[in-house]
Design a protein around this ligand. Structure first.
Ligand SMILES: [Zn+2]
Length: 301
């Protein structure tokens, strides 16, 4: 009889890594894979982000390609199980690596890859993505960082077969220094990328609190029937309200502390916002968000 380790090795060599993706049907033509409300680690292996796809008749549009090559390949298998079609277009909403490291797979299938202009730096970067360092080698296998080659610097429309897709370029720093959100008029749906988080706290690390709040007001003005974010499973018309509520409350509290002359260390102790304590990632995100907001807002007139 073979020792147990030999059996384990044989099984892992034969079976490619699987994320266990299951598409959630949201409306007529739209589906999403919803990831866990966690940071990337060796338990979720990158399945902590949302990837959505829209049936555009003869091909699929994919919004954000996920964290790895194998994730993207598995996602396409799941799409094909619903309706076998190629993926003709992939739009990456922003440059954070959990949203675009699946691009290599979709490029190998002939898809056009588009994303905002900060990807220009990613094209020239030799830095190892965080994902490669934090998830298992097996899950990351085959992943080659492949930034989108069609860079979008302003808002405009695109047709995927007969479906109109509006790509909205946020003209100021918001979640990052280059965010896109997608509006599809025929299904009154917005794909907001990481401008919208649910179930877990957002991260202000690379963003600007004023710009982010303004972008959420821009999203709200569309009065879409469905808004789906980059993290979190809520996708109704009010799905942006969690992030909007958190950021506006944070801004109010930080502004008040600054006006009262409260120093940053004391502000960090004071601004607890306890009603958000039950949200995932409060412990790792909230203090860092207070600090980031304080440093941005202390320069306001
Ligand atoms: Zn992000």
């Amino acid at each position: 009889m073979k020792p147990l380790w030999a059996v384990v090795l044989t099984v892992s060599a034969l079976g490619a890594f699987e994320c266990g993706l299951k598409p959630v049907h949201v409306n007529d033509k739209r589906y999403c894979f919803f990831g866990a409300p966690e940071v990337m680690n060796t338990h979720n292996n990158g399945n902590m982000v949302n990837t959505c796809f829209v049936d555009a008749g003869k091909s699929y549009l994919v919004i954000d390609s996920g964290p790895t090559y194998l994730y993207a390949k598995e996602a396409h298998m799941q799409m094909n199980a619903l309706k076998a079609m190629k993926v003709s277009h992939v739009i990456n909403t922003h440059v954070h690596d959990d949203h675009w490291l699946g691009n290599g797979y979709f490029l190998s299938q002939g898809a056009l890859l588009a994303g905002p202009t900060p990807f220009e730096q990613a094209t020239h970067s030799s830095q190892t993505p965080r994902m490669a360092l934090r998830i298992s080698k097996q899950a990351y296998e085959g992943t080659m960082p492949t930034p989108p080659f069609k860079l979008i610097a302003q808002s405009g429309s695109l047709h995927v077969n007969d479906m109109e897709v509006r790509i909205v370029h946020v003209d100021h720093k918001a979640h990052t220094s280059g965010d896109l959100f997608i509006y599809i008029p025929s299904i009154k749906t917005i794909f907001a990328g990481d401008l919208v988080f649910n179930d877990r706290l957002p991260s202000l690390r690379d963003g600007d609190i004023n710009g982010w709040i303004a972008a959420l007001e821009q999203i709200a003005a569309y009065k879409a029937n469905h808004i789906v974010g980059g993290h979190g499973t809520r996708f109704d018309a009010k799905a942006h309200e969690f992030t909007y509520g958190y950021l506006t409350r944070l801004r109010d509290e930080v502004r008040a502390a600054i006006e009262e002359g409260v120093a940053i260390d004391a502000a960090l102790e004071r601004i607890v916002m306890s009603e958000y304590k039950s949200a995932a990632m409060y412990d790792v995100m909230h203090r860092a968000n207070v600090e980031a907001a304080y440093r941005m807002l202390e320069w306001e007139e």
